[in-house]
Design a protein around this ligand. Structure first.
Ligand code: ADE
Length: 224
């Protein structure tokens, strides 16, 4: 998979891809992540990528020209499955979307800034708009990192134990059951006996029951 991220703040997006699972996925050649500084596509002498709103109002708007130049250049080099715009009024990210996107080959992610982008960018270039939740970030960069992480860890070969993604919270619309490691008792706080029993049928049953209970308590909406 190849992810091209268009941003005015590439420095904000470097470190998430330079550590842990995402770095390993890149080092193994399973995913390529390319950061594009939108200012490199500005023809303006001050390298501006934004301008005042037509009709007045506070806040700058990202201009269509540099975004068109960047997206068109990328599209002339390869086909893209999706051109995604990160925005709080997009479709809210969930595990199902991450699963589907992990099957794609090439995607572009455009990070919004200031008030957002000129509507014509959304109308003519964007194929999917994603929000990571009902709150407003200073820009789309951290949201793009979240989406990329959620997708990349699902690509086969990225996690050393592939089953570990299958047992994540949300994979089957259930939250994960509690987990424990040694010591079996700490300050009198004991690990549930069943987990030490060696009876794997009982352990599976306990985990299923706990996942269901946990989901009922915390996220009953997932069970509807
Ligand atoms: N940009 C600003 N806030 C955002 C959000 N919640 N999700 C995606 N992109 C954003």
């Amino acid at each position: 998979m190849r992810i091209d991220i268009i941003t005015v703040l590439p420095e904000l997006l470097r470190s998430p891809f330079e550590a842990s699972i995402l770095k390993r996925a890149i080092d193994k050649g399973i995913v390529e992540v390319h950061l594009h500084n939108l200012r490199d596509y500005s023809t303006n002498k001050h390298k501006n990528v934004d301008d005042y709103q037509f009709g007045g109002g506070a806040g700058m708007v990202m201009s269509i020209e540099p975004i068109d130049a960047c997206i068109s250049r990328l599209k002339s080099e390869r086909d893209y499955d999706e051109v995604i715009y990160m925005t709080p009024d997009g479709e809210t990210l969930n595990q199902g979307m991450a699963n589907r996107m992990s099957l794609l080959k090439n995607i572009i992610i455009l990070c919004g800034h200031y008030k957002g982008v000129d509507q014509r960018v959304r109308d003519h270039f964007i194929t999917k708009e994603i929000s990571i939740g009902d709150f407003v970030l200073s820009g789309g960069e951290l949201a793009a990192a979240v989406v990329s992480d959620a997708i990349i860890r699902l690509i086969p070969g990225v996690l050393s134990n592939e089953t570990s993604a299958l047992t994540d919270s949300f994979q089957d619309n259930l939250l994960s059951p509690p987990i424990y490691t040694r010591p079996a008792e700490y300050k009198g706080w004991k690990v549930p006996d069943v987990l030490l029993s060696g009876n794997f049928a009982n352990i599976d049953k306990w985990r299923e029951d706990q996942a269901l209970e946990h989901t009922k308590n915390r996220r009953p909406d997932l069970l509807e």
